[in-house]
Write a protein that binds this ligand. Structure first.
Ligand code: 2AM
Ligand code: CA
Ligand code: CA
Ligand code: CA
Length: 273
């Protein structure tokens, strides 16, 4: 458990560094498009985590959104998968509703996940097989829900695209309501704590879901892609995470009927990180 304690400590420390610098001017750059932002804090936070880990565990491998471990192509040894700021748009526009996400895998097996909601000082964590926690309190195992009594988290962008609107529209229509929070890691944490009942998105990278997968599965959530396959930690993928009954209902009634369309979308998208 020593490594798990270390994960939590350095994640909280990284978050505290961000809070202290929140009023300093941000350097904002764009990545793949004008709405895909990265700031100096994303990069500084990844560097802080990288250096702190390597100082203590020089043999560990680290994959991070902002460039760490680009050349890592297998999960042998101890592998950290890190998103230094998940919800960068929220960080830039709102100064809240962002998280640090960390997942550790040992020889490809889940070891532990940590998600830190920085401005609320809420630490979601799970060491595989030992239950999940919100700060020091155990998170209860999930109870099953039906879609008509469920809140579903989904980015409205997916409802505006002609190739995904017919798939996701009916889910939103049939759900009790829908939400969009802008941080994939927090969406996983919200499913794990029952604040929302399902999270659906079409494209996440391993750093978006590595920590969340471990925490959510620990409380009984089912985490797959939208073809009902398990997630690969080295590739981007689509996501369907929900309590067991709701996952089954959404996959069987709303996604499986569009299997051909979903397969085409997946084949065009998910060959790399
Ligand atoms: P980020 O803030 O770390 O980039 C927003 O809906 C969620 O999707 C956030 O978790 C965000 O992570 C992620 N995201 C943003 N741009 C993305 C992209 N181009 N591809 C995949 N995920 C993205
Ligand atoms: Ca990003
Ligand atoms: Ca992210
Ligand atoms: Ca990020």
């Amino acid at each position: 458990m020593e490594l798990f304690e270390f994960m939590k400590e350095i994640t909280v420390q990284a978050g505290s560094n961000i809070r202290q610098k929140l009023n300093e001017p941000l350097l904002i750059e764009t990545k793949s498009n004008a709405n895909d932002l990265v700031t100096n804090m994303d990069k500084e936070t990844e560097r802080f985590l990288y250096e702190t880990i390597i100082n203590t565990y020089p043999e560990h491998k680290i994959i991070g959104e902002e460039g760490s471990g680009k050349d890592i192509n297998d999960l042998s040894g101890t592998v950290w998968i890190i998103d230094p700021i998940d919800g960068t748009l929220n960080f830039v526009h709102q100064g809240e509703n962002f998280a640090i996400s960390v997942g550790v895998f040992i020889d490809g097996k889940k070891y532990a996940g940590v998600i830190y909601d920085v401005m609320r000082d809420k630490l979601y964590s799970a060491c595989a097989g030992h239950g999940a926690y919100l700060n020091d309190s155990p998170i209860e195992p999930l109870t099953n829900t039906a879609l008509k009594q469920s809140i579903v988290s989904i980015n409205p962008n997916w409802l505006t695209k002609p190739y995904t609107a017919p798939i996701y529209g009916p889910i939103v229509v049939d759900a009790r309501s829908a939400r969009s929070y802008g941080s994939a890691a927090l969406d996983f944490a919200y499913v794990a704590t029952g604040k929302v009942d399902a999270y659906i998105t079409l494209r996440l990278h391993p750093w978006d879901f590595a920590g969340g997968l471990i925490i959510a599965e620990e409380v009984g959530a089912v985490v797959t892609n939208q073809l009902d396959e398990s997630l690969n930690m080295l590739h981007a993928n689509s996501i369907l995470v929900a309590n067991k009954a709701l996952h089954h209902e959404i996959y069987s009634n709303y996604m499986k009927p569009y299997q051909t369309e979903l397969l085409t979308i997946h084949q065009g998208r998910f060959h790399s990180r």
